[in-house]
Design a protein. Structure first.
Lengths: 492, 503
């Protein structure tokens, strides 16, 4: 069994997804149990793989025993296995969290929810473990199509958002497909390792230049890089809370992982990649400011978080674009930071909405009394977004500022610093409302009662809230033991 | 070379109050138990800090094993004379303040007391971290924690005024924090992994222009908490907090963390020599002189007693900065000792203001007529504190100001003697009316004695008494003067240095 772990971490959720609609018709509890067990297994597999590759170096797995370049190869390196661990961990937490959300749903809907959710997970995991650029496209489509379905489950406004997301997302995927088409045309291979070897002499050919531009555009859309972010706010705002939590936490991260993989590992970070990185960096920097300013302008809590996500993706883009060791380290740490923090924030947002129906910021008055634990998690996550030590957000910004100064990229330093302060503006507004302001008498009559969330929803968010501090204090260990092996120069 | 000894006491000093904060939250339902936790933590913390005194006095430097934080930088605690001096002041005065807090919060029946005591404990942990930080990243981490932990105390009253005060506080301190983070990262690139070093470590590491810009970042970063003008705006507004907060945090821990930071930067990152070479010592000294004079003038115009004290704090903090900026060893000693001196005197004054408010609900200077007869002990202490801040002999403020004067004279910067003299006059100008009204004004409701409750009275009596004792015997008890001397000597001579070597 263990030698097939790389395949199993993708296949287990994929096959389970097919079974779930039937299981759900038998019993909703069974469907939920199966989902959790499948994801637990997947996560255990990812963790064991990560431990293995950290100790023994890269793990090549030939699917069906067919060696590349004929067969499809899965390559697990610390980067891929680390991403798989992150994705499967968030998937497990979100699946756990979504229980109360689906309590009143029909069995068929429950079944399809969990099935689609597992498909998204399988797709994302496939993207991070595969060593084949076309196979990556297939998994991209699996995860994307399933996501459109999940978003549409949020009701009639969500259907419109999902349709828009579908159109834009498909355009993005097509750009990527065209991009790898060009690469295939000049090199004759789809295997990443092969590509990396054969592309070097062709690096400045027009075909490769076009391919780089197309891939940047494609995954720029997928990661909601400014100004390609238009689909994101509606999608995040109208999708069901567990779905928003999951896609905000990991989906954009996997998209930027692909850019990182293609630009640095396949194309070597030189040639036409350099102008592409410049574009990525500046788009990210503008996105940081634009996203933060738009977040301040929002009245709706979910939309505020959505715009904040656009800004946060900008940080990662800036880090990758700098191209020095500290910059990439910061970007990878920020991927981890933002996955944990934004996951936690959307869990809180979803929980508050589920319990009280509140999502506009002015109505958060005295929320700390009604849901103390949830709001405590919110505060922890907010501190990390602002970058207050000892949260992990402080350390990822530390690396990013360090890298920017090292590269003499002063505009980026200013953008990162200013954005931290803008984050403080919009997060403290909610802290003020929920902890410091009191209702007037008439507002009290309108207010709906509500107490703390059930443990099923509370436990995952508390886990993330604690992780914000743990990862911060232990960030040195994370960087030394995992991230430093996921750098383009650091792999064995 | 100093004698470095592996020791975990600085870590325990930081952690004890963090644990206490957790316990306070848990025991919130039983106020007496909760306050017992605060008291025990205060005593325990002080005991831990004091227990390190003999070793430090004998020239040892205690330090923990560094914890790897980010590439090439470590979370590292180290106890040197300067850090221990600050830690002794903060943890010692926290004991008195805890007692005072209980009396104040209960007399006035304030709510949210659990959050109040818990935040207070976290603030003290952060202060210990700042005092014992061995390098800039450790310093900045605890500095930022202190910023956030103080916020709940500033907005404690939950009034619109408190909320806007809190916003202003955060705007100033968070922006400053960003400057400081950038400065620290930049320093890390110039001198990778360097820890604080007496006499500084930046000399010759970068061009003068870079060091000047970097210094600007450092001074904005630390200067907001040290309330150097024009970065002082948050401090008077933050007086909406309950008086014990103003007393310990806005006269001792938080603002002194800023002043402490300035001295750390001046003495342990740049060094007086380098600062003089790149021409920044004089600039900083003028900035401090400007703050001293203008803050004192503004204090004259302030009718609210606590706000008047706040402006007085703004001015007095710059005495510390001035000591660092003048660069002469004696001035440095004066500046460092003023951290101690000002702490004892200003906490007394705030305790008095709080006692007056809790007992009579008066907070304007114009309402203080005849208070000297109603509250003889309180006003007596207030008078002592005032004379001390002015610089009257036999009170602790005299010691630090004397050394500042001597340092300015010996360093050939006589103009600052004028600044100090003018400031003494202005200080008399803003304290004299309070004292005059208290003793010679006509009380509204007769001259009945109506003193504050013992919980308030004992702390203010103790700090007033200590101000006098330290004024006469400046080295008695906890050897503050010797610690300050050791710190100043080490900064000038570049080693930890023997005690009492300054002439």
């Amino acid at each position: 069994m263990t030698e097939h772990t790389p395949a199993l971490i993708v296949l287990v959720p994929l096959v389970s997804a097919l079974l779930l609609p039937i299981l759900a018709l038998v019993s909703k509890v069974l469907a939920r149990g199966w989902t959790l067990v499948a994801l637990l297994g997947t996560h255990a597999g990812s963790v064991s793989t990560l431990i293995y590759v950290l100790a023994n170096g890269r793990w090549h797995y030939y699917l069906g025993g067919w060696a590349p370049p004929w067969g499809i190869e899965y390559v697990l390196d610390p980067l891929g296995a680390g991403m798989a661990t992150l994705v499967s961990f968030l998937a497990l937490l979100v699946a756990f969290y979504s229980g109360p959300y689906l309590k009143d749903a029909a069995p068929l809907k429950t079944g399809s929810f969990y099935a689609l959710f597992l498909l998204v997970t399988a797709g994302l995991l496939g993207m991070v473990v595969t060593g084949d650029v076309f196979n990556l496209f297939v998994f991209l489509e699996i995860s994307a199509l399933a996501t459109y379905g999940l978003v549409a489950m949020g009701g009639h406004r969500a259907t419109v958002a999902a349709f828009r997301y579908l159109i834009v997302g498909t355009i993005g995927a097509t750009f990527y497909l065209l991009g790898i088409g060009y690469l295939y045309a000049v090199t004759g291979t789809l295997n990443m390792a092969d590509l990396a070897e054969r592309i070097m002499p062709l690096l400045n050919s027009q075909a490769v230049v076009v391919a780089v531009a197309l891939i940047l555009a494609g995954f720029g859309i997928k990661m909601a890089l400014f100004p390609l972010h238009g689909w994101l706010p509606d999608t995040y705002a109208y999708a069901p809370a567990p779905v928003t939590t999951f896609i905000s936490a990991v989906m954009g991260k996997v998209a930027i992982y692909v850019l990182y993989r293609v630009f640095y590992f396949i194309l070597g970070g030189t040639g036409p990649v350099l102008p592409a990185l410049t574009v990525l960096g500046w788009a990210g920097a503008v996105g940081i400011l634009a996203g933060s300013l738009m977040a301040i302008a929002q009245r709706d809590f979910w939309r505020m978080l959505a715009y904040s996500s656009i800004a946060q993706m900008g940080y990662i883009a800036v880090g990758l674009s700098l191209g020095n060791m500290m910059g990439i380290t910061g970007a990878l740490l920020h991927i981890l930071n933002h996955a944990v923090v934004k996951g936690g924030l959307f869990m809180v947002a979803g929980g508050v909405f589920w319990r009280t129906g509140i999502r506009d910021i002015p109505s958060f008055i005295q929320m700390s009394r009604r849901m103390p634990m949830s709001m405590a998690v919110f505060v922890a996550a907010a501190l990390s977004m602002i970058g207050i030590p000892p949260t992990v957000g402080f350390f990822s910004k530390w690396y990013l500022v360090l890298a920017s100064i090292e590269a003499s990229a002063w505009p980026f330093v200013i953008v990162i610093v200013v954005s931290s302060l803008l984050n403080a503006v919009y997060f403290f507004r909610i802290i003020e409302n929920s902890y410091l302001r009191f209702r007037t008498a008439e507002e009290d009559e309108v207010a709906v009662g509500g107490t703390e969330l059930p443990a099923t929803m509370l436990v995952p968010m508390v886990v993330l809230g604690v992780a914000v501090f743990m990862l911060g204090v232990l960030s040195g260990e994370v960087v030394t033991n995992i991230i430093s092996f996921a750098l383009p120069w650091g792999t064995q | 070379m100093p004698d470095f000894v592996l020791d975990y006491r600085p870590l325990w000093a930081v952690l004890i109050t963090l644990v206490a904060a957790g316990l306070i939250l848990v025991t919130g339902r039983w106020p007496n138990l909760r306050e017992a936790v605060t008291g025990a933590a205060a005593l325990g913390k002080f005991a831990i800090v004091v227990s390190m005194l003999p070793a430090v006095l004998s020239g040892q430097v205690l330090e923990t094993v560094p914890l790897n934080l980010v590439s090439g930088l470590t979370l590292h605690l180290r106890v040197d004379p300067f850090g221990l001096l600050f830690a002794l002041v903060a943890s010692g005065l926290w004991m008195v303040t805890s007692m005072y807090s209980v009396g104040y919060m209960r007399t006035l029946g304030y709510g949210h007391q659990t959050g109040y005591f818990a935040s207070f404990a976290v603030c003290l942990s952060a202060t210990m971290g700042i005092a014992f930080a061995a390098n800039l990243i450790t310093f900045v981490i605890f500095y930022e924690i202190l910023t956030i932990a103080t916020y709940p105390l500033v907005i404690h009253m939950r009034t619109p005024e408190a909320i806007s005060g809190g916003r202003k506080y955060l705007a100033y301190t968070l922006i400053a924090g960003q400057f400081l983070v950038v400065a620290v990262i930049w320093t890390h690139l110039i001198a990778p992994g360097a820890g604080f070093q007496p006499g500084g470590f930046l000399a010759g590491k970068a061009s003068a222009a870079v060091l000047q810009v970097l210094f600007f970042f450092f001074i904005v970063g630390t200067g907001v908490k040290a309330a150097i003008m024009p970065l002082h705006g948050w401090l008077p507004t933050a007086m909406v907090a309950p008086t014990p907060v103003s007393a310990l945090l806005h006269a001792v821990a938080v603002v002194k963390a800023g002043a402490f930071g300035v001295i750390r930067v001046v003495g342990y990152v740049y060094g007086p020599q380098l600062l003089g070479d790149i021409g920044l010592g004089t600039v900083l000294a003028w900035l401090a002189g400007f703050t001293i004079i203008v803050a004192s003038v503004l204090a004259l115009a302030e009718g609210n007693l606590k706000r008047r004290l706040a402006f007085s704090t703004v001015g007095q903090l710059s005495y510390v900065v001035l000591g660092g900026a003048l660069g002469h060893p004696v001035a440095l000693l004066g500046g460092i000792f003023h951290i101690v001196a000002h702490a004892f005197m200003k906490i007394t004054l705030f305790f008095c203001a709080g006692a007056i408010y809790a007992t009579t609900h008066k907070e304007k200077v114009s309402e203080m007529d005849g208070l000297g007869r109603q509250m003889p002990v309180t006003m007596g202490a207030f008078t002592l504190g005032s004379i001390g801040i002015v610089g009257g002999p036999l009170i602790v403020g005299f010691v630090s100001k004397w050394h500042l004067l001597v340092g300015a004279a010996k360093g050939g910067q006589e103009v600052f003697i004028l600044v100090l003299a003018a400031s003494a006059l202005l200080t008399t100008g803003y304290f004299f009316p309070v004292v005059y009204r208290a003793y010679f004004g006509q009380p509204e409701e007769g001259g009945r004695v109506r003193e504050a409750v013992p919980f308030l009275l004992i702390p203010l009596g103790v700090t007033a008494l200590l101000s006098v004792v330290l004024g006469v015997f400046s080295n008695i008890g906890l050897n503050f003067f010797q610690l300050a001397t050791m710190a100043a000597t080490s900064i000038v001579s570049g080693g930890v240095g023997p005690a009492g070597g300054i002439q």
